[in-house]
Design a protein around this ligand. Sequence first.
Ligand code: EPU
Length: 417
Amino acid sequence: MKQILIEGGHILRGEIKVSGAKNSAVALVPASLLSDEVITIDNIPNISDIDALNDILTYLGAKVTREKEMMRIDATGISNRKIPEQISKKLRASYYFMGALLGKYRHVEMYFPGGCAIGTRPINLHLKAFELLGATIEEKDNLFIIHADRLKGNHIYFDFPSVGATINVLLAACKAEGKTVLENAAKEPEIVSVATFLNNMGAKITGAGTSTITIHGVQKLGRCFMEVIPDRIEAGTYIIAGALVGDKLRITNLIPEHIEALLSKLKEMHCPLKIGEDYVEISASNDIKATNIKTQGYPGFPTDLQQPITTLLTQAHGKSVLEETIYENRFQNVPYLNNMKADITIDNRKIYVKGPTKLSGQVVKATDLRAGACLILAGLKAEGKTVVTEVEHVLRGYENIIEKLENVGAKITLEEI
Ligand code: EPU
């Protein structure tokens, strides 16, 4: 088990460079196996979720090489075997093997995916879309057997714009016969990046980034090179760190329009910030104002920054209201923040945060990835020492978080216990 120790109150100065986006990379890596040639992806983050996908690819017989941020995937000789439960459940994104293997081989056998325990997280929309493309689905004891004699394009409407289901439809439909139209699709930058990747291989996808996506199936996909987009959630997390304890902390290698919702909230709160073409410079202030936030799909405020920004709301003057609309159980960070002397009440899908409160160091638990990020941020601000336990969750999604924070002046260490 791993834990992070933080001595709070140190000012952060200098530069933090944002890595490749987890939620984009975790889709591109399984998508690679759709190609009949070798794929190269650059700017792959060094996080354990990528290692887990690598294990699945290797298990299937792909040849994967990694050199720094570059990953080469040769999936030409793979055998479409059943993916065992221990590796399927290591992460949420294993579900992208469903769309990719169905697209390529018309057959998949794998178990229900894993991921952070932040709600029920069903995959009914993915499965319904596969059925509309002509697949049959058998489910027994968490094992899914998805099979199609023929995959045929169709009109698919989502009840909810799910990120995962949208990407899975792209993966399956790009090699289906004929045209698929997907309505009420998710619009996240990660969707655009998967569509670009597949188009670079030879797919015919238009409309990614809007709620209607059209896919004309093709028979073969070829070689391509792709660079993973910057991680907007990692960028947002470090920007919030700057708003808490920064002195002109510069977060670089980001795309400001991907974090528009966060930046406009920070402006509304009166956080001193400067927005450049590919960076944000931010400082802490004692005069930040409370605000109201509601999580939504892109371009709304991202649920993945909801827990990190809660730490900042504890330092704002007044009462903030934060509403979580995507997941039903994403406030597990709150009792720990309250142990650190925050003043937050939970009311169903909303929290009320009264500020400012002086945070004090405590032993707290990272119940999930973004809860862990929230508590690390709280530890940077708090008086005294904070220990964040079970940080394996955090290491799944933040590349070199210790080094990145240490380099700008944080007193933070990782301990194995
Ligand atoms: N949903 C359904 N049925 C489905 C699919 C989704 O009811 O078939 C519901 C979910 O239960 C959830 C909501 O829709 O309440 C959102 O699900 P979505 O499918 O959009 O999310 P996801 O694909 O499971 C990805 C990211 C999440 C991120 C969400 C929303 C990956 C691997 N995960 O999850 O990332 O929160 O989109 O932006 O890309 C994280 O990085 O911390 C994280 C949880």
